[in-house]
Design a protein. Sequence first.
Length: 147
Amino acid sequence: MYKYLKEICAGTWSLLVGLAITCKYFFKPVVTVQYPRAVLPIPPRFRGHTDLVWDEEKHSHRCILCLSCQRACPSGCITVIGEKREGEKQKTLTKYALDFTKCSLCGQCVEVCPTDALCFSKDFNLAGYARDEFVYDLLQRLEERHS
């Protein structure tokens, strides 16, 4: 009989402690953000996928096709393609492909770029139904933003 009463008291005590914790947090302000209706500001050090940087002086990108970003990428997710056009001294960037399904967001491509042609984007809500949706042509994205 004593053991039975002891279990009832222990269960009641446990219930009261749990209710006290619940009541304590019930009256505190809500921390959860209802995402589609309210969006938190993006922190300044947020790392999205890489993007090409627009150069205002040249009205073009800053990439000089040194391929250091492609060589430095441990995941092998960057493909840089350029061609030598007639009448120009340097190669011209024709395609800068980023396969975001392979990218580990290490940032080595951004750090190794000698002309600061790469930066991290602020895209945080990336969703898609197929892998092909995550292969970005960064040159095309840059031209679409600045045309």
